[in-house]
Ligand binder design. Structure first.
Ligand code: GRF
Length: 221
């Protein structure tokens, strides 16, 4: 039996790479029709590089410290990525803002995950801000990247409850559990040709959507 072609992807990280691990696991167990061509980090000590190497995936480090400004770094990054000929570029904890030319170049094939129910809580330290506000609900969002921070069209979200005794760490762990479910899901849809960002809007399973798919995350503790 012949298998459908797998989508070539490149993943950009800066740190732990637990979302990357979800992609590695999905590729390995056959649930995700992707071909992880390379993992690129701007930090040499990112643990995710070890996860990639252990899985036999090519790794590269491109340090922003070696470039005088954002445009020159972004250009070098684009050349490095394109050498692997990906159809999709996945930001998975890549802690750098990418400039407008870079984002425009990859528009429609650049995904990010953000730890909040966008458009709420764009930016950093979302778990701390949720707790400070006394919110009862938190979550995460997978979105296409546009040139406004954490503001591209949202594909899928998971709602996660905030529990009375939560710390930023316990909340982050619960949200990350949800991330590891919805990020592979969005990538699977893209790889299967079911998802696209077109001029008319977000297209999923034959229909234009004005709202993301929203999943509820059961508390498993
Ligand atoms: C995730 O929480 C994600 O929402 C944010 O950065 C974190 C990356 O975690 N963008 P990891 O490196 O995938 O473990």
């Amino acid at each position: 039996m012949s298998h459908p072609p797998r989508l070539p992807v490149v993943v950009l990280i800066s740190g732990n790479g637990s979302n990357l691990q979800a992609f590695i696991d999905g590729q390995r167990d056959g649930s995700l029709p992707i071909d992880l061509r390379a993992v690129i980090s701007n930090r040499a000590n990112a643990f995710g590089l070890r996860r990639a190497a252990d899985a036999g995936i090519a790794t590269r480090v491109l340090s922003h410290r070696d470039y005088p400004d954002r445009d020159s770094y972004d250009d070098a990054l684009r050349r490095l990525i394109d050498g692997f000929e990906p159809a999709l570029v996945i930001l998975a904890g890549f802690m750098r803002i990418l400039g407008k030319p870079f984002v425009a170049y990859y528009q429609g094939r650049l995904l990010n995950i953000h730890p909040s129910l966008l458009p709420a809580y764009r930016g950093l330290h979302t778990h701390e801000r949720i707790l400070a506000d006394g919110a009862s609900q938190h979550g995460c969002s997978v979105h296409f990247v546009n040139d406004d921070l954490d503001a591209g069209p949202v594909i899928v979200q998971a709602r996660v409850p905030v529990l009375p005794d939560d710390t930023a760490e316990s909340l982050a762990a619960r949200v990350q559990g949800a991330e590891h479910r919805i990020y592979p899901l969005a990538v699977k849809w893209f790889a299967e040709g079911r998802l696209a960002w077109r001029p008319e809007g977000l297209y999923l399973d034959g229909a234009y959507r004005t709202r993301p798919v929203v999943l509820d995350q059961a508390v498993d503790q």
